[in-house]
Design a protein around this ligand. Structure first.
Ligand code: ZN
Ligand code: ZN
Length: 331
């Protein structure tokens, strides 16, 4: 089933023609629980990975022996998903609850030293045929996204560690069949559920606070108080919530910050945004038509069960060379 975003409640470019010069394409990915194959674009699905190529690992120093067993996280999700589908009595049995309660945080891999290489988690793979707005890198038609299962990197010791790989899929004659995974992850919310994608191209406009002060003031006056029921520029007319490629960053927690390439100082472009939810009470105008009948169901707005950083992570790349260092923004 495709996913279709309803038209925006008002035509903001008609009200503010200068915004038409700032429109930018984005592709909403609309991940939904499913059984993707390596031939599909997916979140949390099997990757088409060349058997001869080393799987990405994290060697940045941090503790990696304590947390949740990766297999416990996936098993718990499977038990709860199956229990949710059970008729006529959905929900886990006493026996299943006992099993899940046994999945505890702990020092499950005490043999791991702080720089031992640990496999990165396969987060997503995107084929260019499904997501045409991926940055151009020659013949490569497949982007693969990984992150470490711990958020203990960077100066703050709370940052994510992300790696990207680009491949030309017809060259992968002998794909890997058994995908590596870490023994332990620091947070369950970094393990994505297998989801198929329903890419949909949309148009976005810049986050309010990145516009000129004059335009911000006119938009503020036009939309009226935030507590009335009218459309709000920030929530309804600028950036889409949920997983997407391209578009603009919603800087709603930190306010806008410059985002420049560490190698060449070019302004970085948003590549992929991973989001804990695809709609919440303030962004219901973005609920796809197909999801509206069940939009309140458990996990309907967060089927990946992923919540990176503060909930939403944008991976940004250099427009001059996507192999330059990444920028990470969490909001
Ligand atoms: Zn790491
Ligand atoms: Zn650069």
């Amino acid at each position: 089933m495709p996913r279709t975003t309803p038209p925006r409640p008002v035509d903001v470019e008609a009200a503010f023609p200068e915004l038409s010069g700032l429109r930018r394409g984005a592709t909403r990915l609309h991940p939904r629980r499913g059984t993707p194959t390596a031939q599909d674009s997916s979140v949390g699905g099997p990757l088409l990975w060349p058997r001869a190529e080393p799987w990405p690992v994290c060697t940045i120093p941090h503790k990696r022996g304590s947390g949740y067993r990766y297999t416990d996280v996936t098993r718990k999700r499977e038990i709860l998903a199956a229990a949710g589908r059970r008729e006529p009595n959905p929900g886990p049995t006493a026996e299943e609850i006992e099993i899940i309660d046994g999945f505890k945080r702990g020092r499950h891999a005490p043999h791991l030293a702080d720089t031992d290489p640990i496999p990165m988690l396969a987060v997503a793979q995107l084929y260019r045929r499904d997501v045409p707005d991926l940055p151009w890198t020659g013949d490569d038609d497949l982007l693969q996204v990984f992150w470490c299962g711990f958020e203990r990197h960077g100066d703050t010791r709370h940052d994510l560690h992300v790696q990207l790989r680009w491949h030309r899929s017809p060259d992968i004659a002998t794909p890997l069949t058994e995908q590596p995974a870490p023994e332990v992850v620091g947070r369950e919310e970094l393990v994505p559920n297998p989801c198929v994608l329903h890419p949909e191209e949309i148009v976005e406009h810049p986050y309010l606070e990145t516009l000129s002060p004059d335009l911000q003031a006119r938009i503020d006056a036009w939309e009226g108080p935030e507590d009335d029921d009218g459309p709000q520029y920030i929530y309804d007319l600028s950036t889409a919530p949920g997983w997407k490629t391209g578009g603009y960053i919603a800087w709603n927690l930190t306010g806008p910050r410059p985002l420049v390439c560490a190698d060449c100082s070019a302004e970085l472009d948003p590549l992929l945004t991973a989001d804990q939810c695809e709609w919440d009470p303030s962004t219901t105008s973005w609920v796809p038509f197909e999801d509206q009948p069940d939009s309140d169901a458990l996990w309907a707005n967060g089927p990946t069960e992923v919540s990176p950083g503060r909930g939403r992570l944008t991976i940004a790349v250099c427009p001059r060379d996507p192999h330059h260092p990444l920028g990470l923004v969490t909001q």
